[in-house]
Design a protein around this ligand. Structure first.
Ligand code: NAP
Length: 307
């Protein structure tokens, strides 16, 4: 059954889905292509209208898989793709986008991002984006992996109509909460959270299991629900397995309680709020920090001088 997706409102008044499907690593193995296409297609049939891809993913094959999964449904989808920094000169950006459009078998990309900071001056990439926008080949532009300083430079280079910054952000990666997220929020620039379940690595964490257990939910659903409750945030989990597509969508029905948020905050503290105990545990479990460990142990064991 198709369901309505949460939406965010862009500064021009248009809506953009707050939940989408990622595609990194799709297309890397020919034998998996049918399963990957079927997973994306299932997501579309269930109502997921945003798909995130990039020219980088499997050298463009991921974009072809998106086209296969999309079929005749282009009109209802919101497609995001990205230009590689090495292509991000003015002309290079235009040509990269045209190649992506051919692979995606469409005439426009809804949101086109600079994948990460390029050696090319921002004004050049922006000139490429502006030309593509004028020609109707991209509808909005954005960036990815930008910190606060680069965001400010992008805006002063002429990119004030930027709509999104796609960054690594999940329960285990909360650094952006002190810098780039509030910066973007104040300027109505949306954040797209990539690797929202840390590529599956965080799912064994006991706090996620505890919160999931309270709701009869799965750890991935808790991690996604934690992101989805935040205003102006877009979440793009990737799943090649249909079971994962269905499971992740369940996050939209999960409302975390205040107790859940306290449990998650304790297990995944905001940066800057690390307790002394957590700091010591970090040092004691990293072989590379052996000399710091020895120094601390010496300090603790050193007899105190009498006053
Ligand atoms: P992710 O979405 O956090 O995790 C994907 C991995 O988790 C896959 O191995 C997937 O397995 C597994 N998985 C998904 N749902 C699961 C579930 N319910 N239970 C257990 N495992 C589950 O990581 P990501 O792919 O890095 O990030 C998402 C998307 O963000 C990417 O695909 C890409 O579109 C985008 N991204 C952008 C950048 C950038 O620089 N802009 C960087 C990284 C990612 P299966 O595939 O086997 O189902």
């Amino acid at each position: 059954m198709t369901r309505a997706m949460p939406q965010i409102t862009l500064p021009d008044g248009e809506s953009m889905p707050a939940y989408g499907q990622g595609t990194w690593h799709m297309g890397e193995n020919r034998d998996s292509r049918a399963d990957e296409t079927a997973a994306l297609r299932l997501g579309i049939d269930l109502g997921i209208t945003l798909i995130d891809t990039a020219e980088m993913y499997a050298n463009g094959v991921a974009e072809e898989i998106v086209a296969d999964a999309m079929g005749q449904d282009r009109e209802k989808l919101f497609i995001v793709s990205k230009v590689l920094p090495s292509n991000a000169s003015q002309q290079g950006t235009i040509e990269a986008c045209e190649r992506s459009l051919r692979r995606l078998r469409t005439d426009r990309i809804d949101l086109y991002l600079l994948h990460w900071r390029a050696a090319h001056p921002f004004v050049e990439t922006l000139a490429g984006f502006e030309r593509l926008q004028r020609d109707g080949k991209i509808r909005h532009h954005g960036v990815s992996n930008f910190g606060r300083r680069d965001m400010a430079k992008w805006v002063s280079a002429g990119g004030a109509n930027i709509v999104a910054n796609q960054i690594l952000y999940n329960l285990n990666r909360r650094d952006p909460e002190w810098g780039v997220i509030p910066w973007c929020h104040d300027r109505r620039i949306s954040i797209m959270a990539y690797s929202p379940i840390e590529q599956g690595r965080m799912l064994g964490h006991k706090a996620l299991a505890e919160v999931a257990g309270r709701h009869g939910a799965k750890p991935a659903q808790v991690a996604l629900a934690w992101l989805l409750r935040q205003d102006g945030l877009i979440v793009i989990p990737k799943a090649s397995q249909q079971q994962h597509v269905r499971e992740n969508l369940g996050a939209l029905d999960l409302t975390l309680t205040d107790d859940d948020l306290v449990t998650l905050d304790r297990a995944f503290p905001r940066p800057g709020r690390v307790s002394a105990r957590q700091g010591l545990s970090y040092i004691y479990h990293r072989p590379a920090l052996a000399s710091v460990r020895t120094w601390i142990t010496d300090m603790i064991r050193r007899p105190r001088r009498p006053h």
